[in-house]
Design a protein around this ligand. Sequence first.
Ligand code: CO
Length: 136
Amino acid sequence: MLAYNIHHVAIAVESIDDAIAGYESLYNITPISRETVEEQGVSEAMIAVGGSHIQLLEPLTPESPIGRFLSQNGEGMHHIAFAVSNIEAALAHLKSRGAKLIDETPRIGGGGHRIAFVHPKELAGTLVELVEVDHV
Ligand code: CO
């Protein structure tokens, strides 16, 4: 199996603070990490839920990818991320199947993980992120 877990489901939000307050109030769950990823133009927070996470994404500027997503779609689900143990192998596999890749080679995402995005046209309009993590 190429993807062995859902690493996170990412939600684009106008305000991470407001979103966190909502998750704390309604579900009594709090972030395990917060960071700014300048190269992606986002502030992000990770909320652990079981073996997976909710990733909250707030744009640093309106011109960033998440800023543009919010202005076009409003708040809501932005992508799902699959955990993979070898991102090069996963990308090679997807390429061999003719999948349209947004990232042909991995880049560094939140938490220092190597990540790559797969075009939403490959999965019913769902943007997919691959996250390389140690297989546990
Ligand atoms: Co993500």
